[in-house]
Write a protein that binds this ligand. Sequence first.
Ligand code: F6R
Length: 680
Amino acid sequence: MCGIVGYAGPQAASPQAPSSRPLDVVLQGLARLEYRGYDSAGIAVVDEQVRVTKRSGKLKNLREALEATDTDARQTADARQTADAGQTTGAEQVADTGAGMAADTRARQAAGAGQVADAATKQALGTTHGGVAIGHTRWATHGAPTDTNAHPHRGGRDGELAVVHNGIIENFAQLRADLAADGFVFVSETDSEVAAHLLAREVEQTGDLTEAMRATTARLEGAFTLLAVHRDQPGTVVAARRNSPLVVGLGEGENFLGSDVAAFVDSTKEALEIDQDQIVTVTADSVRVIETDGTEVPDPKRFRIEWDVAAAQKGGYPSFMAKEIHEQAGALADTLLGRLVDGTLQLDERDIDESVLRSIDKIVVIACGTAANAGAVVKYAIEHWCRIPVEVELAHEFRYRDPVVTEKTLVVAISQSGETMDTLMAVRHAREQGAKVIAICNTRGSTIPREADAALYLYVGPEIAVASTKAYLGQIAACYLLGLYLAQVRGNLFPEEIAEIMEDLQSIPEKIQRVLDDSAQVEQLAQSMQDATSVLFLGRHVGYPTAMEGALKLKEIAYIHAEGFAAGELKHGPIALIEEGQPVFVIVPSPRGRDVLHSKLISNIQEIRARGARTLVIAEEGDEDVLPYADEVIRVPATRTLFAALLTVIPLQIFACELATAKGLDVDQPRNLAKSVTVE
Ligand code: F6R
């Protein structure tokens, strides 16, 4: 949660020729990271002083504030007004310049008296002759989403430093008391402000921001990515991370920092991974990484960003979610691309001996939310192909019970972002118990694959909408590849069988495209159901997690009560919910192959229809058996039962997206959510 961007570029040759690049880079980066949190946004730019602007709400509020300041500043300059220090203007002041940040001014800010700017230093924030800037988009934890609690936070007796923070500082209360006793004035309710003052106090003592960061991180407990700028080191951004993400982008004559590579993907494709408890000092032409004990990291891991800028833009669709749904055929083809080399399946990064994979006696899949639904789908496939028991568990539940995990357990951690804290903590716990961990992940350079023993990437491109769609398909497909890989290593399947299954898997992208091309029916259905207050979803086998996923999508973006059930479970309780007109999506398995599943589900449809349900049936092309019991039939192409999960979920994704759009909701940034959940 929270998106962080930093930039260090050349300083202007003179104050008369300022540049808007630092601000532009940070605002563009924040726009691409807004999916990580949208409770507030703010930036700090540095020239002779640190200038902070921040606003509660979405990034557009910050942009408006900056534009207002800009206009105001130009008018001020045109009128050649001589400003008095401490003067406030009639118009709402949006720039907190920090100059002469006296305690009483801070106290007024804290009391919500409005943001007071020192008119003497008021100037266009759109340009600066300094070369650095930092920015933040927030998902609130400590403190309400107000202007005051927005980041950056100032530190120091004179507001000479600014900090942005992602994570939670667990010992902030004690640190705050200590700093307050030392005369530091707190204006916000956040835990982050202690990091700002701690850093400022350390700079007072050491005179150096990097040293100050070392000393500060030694005192902080919890999770953090911190970016700091200081008035007295105007060309430098110093950052540190523990249990929170941070990557560096390497430019020509400029460098970047971000919570993930989306922050700077339009400026550079070269990036560095920053490891746990490392500190990085970035200027326009240097990047220095050290451990918190001060030792140099001579060779930080460099990687190339595969995503392009177009992938991080809407491309004519009304929302990122709509775009991401509609690019699933190509995305899945990319997941599958180049995996069979000389008839042998390949992982991306692997440090697990094949003899270890042959000896495992259990697989535990850990994940959260949509990724956990993907895990629930692939359990059916891996057990079927590899004959190993597969448990699927929500990562936060796994971590805080006492799970039976041994050296013979293979843990599969599924995470689009690679940063979900619940999953990360479960990964660490599993490794401590001696288990090997394979990460199924979309984001290169993220923490979970870095801490795992092996990684398999999705290659579906950046997923910007908060609700996961294309990553879900990528996760299922990647786990199928993993299942086939294990079957290959352990000798459960003959090479010809693997090749045949792979051939069917390779045919799925084209079938996905057919489902997408036929989406008009579902779109109309969604538009006609804007007033629905409850929708149920039923399935068996891989249709069961598909039902869960359909319900999750509808809940999270359309705010409609929705539940997914195993169809067989219905008569054990949930059927009591069925009343006249209750809409129920039913995911019907293929009538070929596992006949028993199909006929059981037909019985379940009859049971709910007899009680008044409105049945919205997703069934294979040519399945006539469903017709007498369906109020509406949505067709998907025929495929193996196991692979149907890659098709039947798509109408459900489209339904949720279209319904939320029709209701006028913000599809990409649903309330209370964030894309990357980096707190437990
Ligand atoms: C739902 C959704 C979330 C995520 C979950 C895990 O649409 O996106 O449920 O699936 O927060 O996120 P990752 O996959 O990044 O670990």
